[in-house]
Design a protein around this ligand. Structure first.
Ligand SMILES: CC(C)(COP(=O)(O)OP(=O)(O)OC[C@H]1O[C@@H](n2cnc3c(N)ncnc32)[C@H](O)[C@@H]1OP(=O)(O)O)[C@@H](O)C(=O)NCCC(=O)NCCS
Length: 329
């Protein structure tokens, strides 16, 4: 019997309507459109403005769209994994809220938090449940309301992030399509450079933590930049080597969208032409767990069965890795 692989069989995304342009950011902090475009590639990002709506709202929209598109009933879902650094609550987990919203009464769910690698790690994790033969329909959704942890007085970070959600459906495939390999790593040395200090058990919320702005994301951009280039290049290289592939064999590389210069540096290092690197950071900024599924969603029409696609990410932690997929539809 041929091996059961987990194939991506559908993708959908949700992008909030409100747009925050570079020009609008000029009114909030001492920055300008030219600097932001030149240093990051970002032109605008979308923000979920409604204070009543949180990450689960965007994720629910993405998953509902995915169900409609694939014709799957919520009752058919076995497992839903939500990747996020901005869950609605510490608990209950966002995955459970999404399942409740869509009526996925036969599913179990949980969240994975691995910063910007959350989607990559979750997709591999979800795939293992399919490969084991235990489950038939696994949804992985990456969703982040980054605006909820962004300090709009800090020009070095507020220009970078946006809000969005993206979801994929994983189903069994015995024709060789689907997840072929994944390589993932973490290194806690990165905690110093990219973190949110307050709110957890180390620094529970107090007036002081609020005054010190510890409930916002903190980033020291330079070391993160360097580590991101090195990490994603290493991960993609590792995947190519392990699978005896050259860049010519890969239809698309799908990198986490943190900074256009990081993406270009990774492509340069790998000698991979930018025409086959998915880039949409100019429209959405860094949406953390949603960047990779949003790219796949946007490029879906250009993919055909048998295409080899490498996903790669780098994020806080540090967390990083890559996975190789053979496209199934
Ligand atoms: C944040 C980032 C865009 C900053 O770009 P950079 O080229 O490293 O810029 P620097 O931090 O060296 O800052 C250069 C100058 O621009 C200034 N600057 C920073 N943000 C600015 C802004 N929004 N507008 C104008 N000037 C800005 C700095 O204050 C600094 O001025 P100085 O030289 O007078 O001190 C970049 O470091 C980055 O993208 N880092 C990694 C981000 C990332 O990948 N994060 C998520 C990981 S998943």
């Amino acid at each position: 019997m041929s091996k059961i692989r987990a194939a991506i069989t559908g993708i959908y995304g949700y992008i909030p309507e409100d747009i925050l342009t570079n020009k609008a950011l000029e009114t909030l902090v001492d920055t300008n459109d030219e600097w932001i475009k030149a240093r990051t590639g970002i032109e605008e990002r979308h923000i979920l403005r409604d204070p009543e709506k949180a990450t689960s709202y965007m994720a629910t929209e993405a998953v509902q769209g995915l169900l409609k598109k694939t014709g799957l009933s919520p009752l058919d879902i076995d497992l839903l994994i939500c990747a996020s650094v901005t869950p609605d609550y510490f608990f209950p987990d966002t995955g459970t809220l999404i399942c409740y919203n869509i009526g996925a009464k036969n599913a179990f769910a949980y969240d994975i938090q691995a910063a910007c690698s959350g989607f990559l790690f979750s997709a591999t994790t979800g795939a293992k449940f399919i490969e084991s033969g235990a489950y038939k329909n696994v949804i992985v959704v990456g969703a982040d309301k980054m605006s909820s942890i962004t300090d709009y007085t800090d020009r070095s970070t507020c220009i970078l992030f946006g809000d969005a959600a993206g979801a994929i459906l994983l189903q069994p495939n015995d024709q060789g399509f689907g997840l072929q390999d994944s390589w993932m790593r973490v290194d806690g040395v990165g905690a110093e450079f990219l973190h949110m200090k307050g709110g957890g058990s180390k620094n529970p919320p107090t007036h002081e933590t609020v005054d010190k702005k510890w409930h916002y994301l903190f980033q020291d951009g330079k070391p993160v930049f360097k580590a991101a280039v090195k990490g994603m290049a290493e991960a993609v290289n590792e995947i190519l080597k392990r699978n005896n592939l050259s860049p010519d064999d890969i239809r698309f590389v799908v990198p986490h969208q943190a900074n256009l210069r990081i993406i270009q540096a990774v492509a340069d290092y790998l000698k991979f032409p930018m025409e086959r690197v998915m880039v949409n950071i100019q429209k959405y900024g860094n949406t953390t767990s949603a960047t990779i599924p949003l790219c796949l969603w946007e490029w879906e029409d250009q993919l055909k069965p048998g295409d080899k696609v490498i996903l790669t990410s780098f994020g806080g932690g540090y967390t990083w890795g890559a996975s190789l997929w053979t496209w199934a539809y």
